[in-house]
Write a protein of this length. Sequence first.
Length: 393
Amino acid sequence: MPTDPKGTSRREADSGRRGLTARLRQGKPKPRGGTARDPHWDNVRLVSGTLVLVGHLIEPLGTVDGLRWVYVTSWAMRVPVFVIVAGYFSSAGPLSARELRRLTESVLAPYLLISLLHTLQLKLLYGDWTFFVGDPAWGLWFLLSLFVWRLLLPYLAVLRWPLPLSMLASLAVGYMGSFGATFSASRTLAFLPFFVLGWQLRQGHARSAGVTDELLHARWTRWAAVGVLAVTAAAGWVFRYRIDTAWLAMRAPYADSVPLEPEWAWGLRGMVLVCGMVIALSFIRLVPKRQLPVVTYLGAGGLYIYLLHPLLLRALTAVWDVTSVGPWPEQLALLALGVTLAAALGSPPVRRLTRPVVQPRLPWLYAREPEPLKGARGTARTTTTHPEPATRV
């Protein structure tokens, strides 16, 4: 069989080209050195981050029909999507020293630095000192929970049914009044299933349940996702005032938020979790996978939008009463303002300015990594003894 100069058969080369073409058509180009960004997920980050900002901006207008509908309908496309994306890009490998350093720099350090910014802003605006450590500042519970999720993931990964078990934990925590907002304990367990779902989506470990990465690319799921979002929009309008936003936040115990008998209270949260997963996956499926002008570029700053928008909205509402918004033209203008603010927070100038607090680098904080021992692989040995193999730590 003819071969190319490197000795690869022509049939194998053609097969490789067809595989690459298929990946490109699916919107999954092969990364170079593992550093290439997937435009699909940057698009998801921007749209979801924008919805988070818009949701918080219109939250005080909960009695306005149109804005109430937007808030309720878009819930699963906001924080649950962010949690799923975090799980999708998380590794269940052992927590090495390098991984713990990365978690410290990308999660714990931003949590503390942005909490300090909240403290300074509240002092400037209202004259009171408020420090956030155990009780996260507005929106920062996500970082605290993300740190815990990442620590738990290696243990969850060895379980046979991590997703059902994480859902059981989410349902059970609603009965525990001792789990509150301190250290984001209640929400950490309540939203854990979304994180595990994102991880399994990447790994394909739930293939028997149909939860694999193929859901995001199969042709039949496109119309199924359209149907799900259409039903969500219609149901959101019909039940916009019957849905209590406390059910969606999953912050309080059942006794404080669920109007059902204790033995049935778990069913409401279970319905919220299942519906949230289906809606979130449908949303992710319909977000374009190709690179989009401006959208993909700004989507790389999705985390900046999420972490910085509370500071911006607090400053905005300190000088302007959002509840003064009235007729529908003003409501549309408010939504357009939210989209504009999200684009500004995700822009390169803002990212460069705020990178020291959102993505800090702290090399001075860590001890130097030990140098490799003599006699390791690639080093000439000078003795004829046979040392014991090194232990990986």
